[in-house]
Ligand binder design. Structure first.
Ligand code: ADP
Length: 498
């Protein structure tokens, strides 16, 4: 019987439980999927009890499969969610997820206000509709009775934690993504809370990401198939856990994900500020920050093209391979065709909800393959823009650890290597966020073995073609300028409200 730790990753589309032994071996993974409710455009809600049930099922299943209880359970979870709850921790309304954009106008007004930079620097969170700060202002203005009767405003991990231990506690990492937490003082920011219109007692008590509780009540232990001695670690947010779990912790290493959306993150001993680009600074622990930026338009922009122009939906890996193979006949730079991928508005580093997608410089010689190649290049340029913003405000990046659906494509990853000019590393592990949560617990429980446990890495590398990179560097300057040149017209078109 090998002792193991269970990493729980509470995501937007599913919850996963990953079991890893103290020697770093995986004992398996379970997953429960669920949906998002969109009661009206711009809304994105979930039932917290549905996610609690998914968590319970994941733990029950994996423990049953392994046959004995874990030493510890540690949490990773999606950021930016808000649930108004009563004293007993019961939800008074559905959870508002990170993707909910109802507070967009509030965010814009706040971003343009005199104190915006100070709030950004204090809280480390971009002033955007995803931030709980903006969501709370929206609730106060639009549903004052719910706002006033709420005992606390908590995120999904705190909801599960309360069901386990009957206390309102939030780890520094999730707290630092709320737009309400002072990331240097490690306490709720009075100024940000005043903006939201709340006292700090409306929020949970902040604890470190290595904080744990034990002594689960016997009924819950039986429900979960675990022991009353199993320790529960608060853990961190999914982004911060992913940096730890993917070994993106050293200087000069960045993590880059392209799934539906995309993100770039580095790990740093101090915050990396850029007010215009609004790089985020979330806490991995009390002295480590995960800094970076997220984009809206990752695979979702490519899939729009495949669906609407190539009639391709529900694609298998082989479909992607066949489609992407066609672009190999097109040279780097797509013979001058440039794609701005901002179909769904954009977050970092341009923070523009009114922008849109565009193909520029279309010539008669451009074929379907050119449009596809330009789309892949456009998504990669947008992520390179974030990478450059982070790099320019911190240290030179020499290695990029990549993850997300696009990693399966040799063509797409090579485009990214050539655009960034960086060595890319692909890490084979189950789920970097869950593994990162496991590492947080392992560091406390097995500090002597920790270095050995986390030294187990299986990287494969992709090297950039430097000739292509030189060309792409020139195109990148035009890519950025095109957005600036077109921004005014895009906003005017947006305001016509078609
Ligand atoms: P999510 O962010 O929802 O977890 P994934 O990380 O699974 O998404 O990534 C999904 C995206 O990855 C898709 O939108 C698609 O663009 C891309 N993708 C998925 N599979 C492949 C593949 N085999 N080859 C190339 N791209 C892929």
């Amino acid at each position: 019987m090998q002792a193991y730790i269970l990493g729980i990753d509470i995501g937007t589309g599913s919850t996963k439980a990953v079991a890893v032994t103290l020697k770093g071996a995986s004992l398996g993974i379970t997953q429960q999927h669920y949906g998002i409710n969109i009661p009206q455009p711009g809304y994105s809600e979930q039932d917290p009890l549905m996610i609690w049930n998914a968590f319970v099922k994941c733990v029950q299943d994996i423990v049953l499969k392994i046959g004995y209880a874990p030493v510890a359970v540690s949490f990773s979870s999606a950021m930016h969610s808000i649930i108004p709850v009563d004293k007993a921790g019961a939800p008074l309304a559905p959870m508002i997820t990170w993707a909910d954009s109802r507070s967009e106008d509030i965010a814009q007004t706040l971003r343009e206000s005199a104190g915006a930079e100070e709030i950004y620097r204090t809280t480390g969170t971009a002033i955007h509709a995803m931030s709980p700060l903006c969501k709370l202002i929206w609730l106060r203005e639009n549903n004052p009775s719910l706002f006033n009767k709420s005992h606390k405003f908590i995120g999904i991990k705190e909801f599960i934690w309360f069901k386990l231990f009957n206390v309102f506690e939030v780890d520094y990492s999730i707290a630092s993504a709320m737009g309400l937490f002072d990331i240097l003082k490690l306490e709720w920011s009075m100024e940000a809370c005043a903006l939201a219109g709340i006292e700090t007692d409306k929020l949970s008590a902040p604890v470190n990401t290595t904080y744990y509780r034990e002594g689960l009540n016997i009924d819950l232990a039986a429900l979960l198939n675990i022991s009353v001695d199993t320790k529960f670690f608060a853990g961190a947010s999914d982004g911060c856990c992913a940096n730890l779990g993917s070994h993106t912790t050293g200087p000069g290493i960045a993590a880059l994900t392209i799934g539906t959306s995309g993100a770039v993150r580095i790990t740093s001993a101090k915050p990396v500020y850029n007010f215009e680009g609004m790089t985020f600074n979330y806490l991995l622990n009390e002295q480590t920050y995960v800094c970076g930026g997220a984009v809206n338009n990752g695979g979702i922009a490519i899939n729009w093209l495949l669906k609407n122009f190539l009639q391709k939906e529900q694609l298998s890996g082989t479909d992607y391979d066949q489609l992407f193979k066609t672009i190999e006949s097109v040279p780097a730079g797509s013979d001058g065709l440039i794609f701005l991928p901002y179909l769904y508005g954009e977050r970092a580093p341009i923070w523009d909800t009114k922008t849109s997608g565009a193909y520029i410089n279309i010539k008669p010689s451009h074929t379907q393959a050119h449009f596809l190649r330009a789309a892949l290049e456009g998504v990669c340029f947008a992520l390179y823009n974030v990478l450059k913003t982070v790099e320019d405000a911190s240290v030179t990046i020499t290695q990029v650890n990549i993850s997300g659906g696009f990693v399966s494509s040799a063509v797409w990853t090579q485009v990214l290597a050539d655009i960034t000019g960086k060595k890319l590393a692909v890490l084979q592990n189950e789920d970097a966020s869950a593994v990162g949560a496991i590492y947080l617990a392992a560091k406390v429980l097995y500090s002597d073995d920790y270095a050995r446990l986390t030294s187990v890495t299986h990287h494969t590398f992709i090297q950039p073609n430097l000739n292509n990179h030189e060309l792409y560097s020139r195109v990148f300057v035009i890519f950025k300028k095109l957005y600036q040149d077109l921004k005014g017209s895009m906003h005017q078109l947006n305001d016509l409200a078609w």
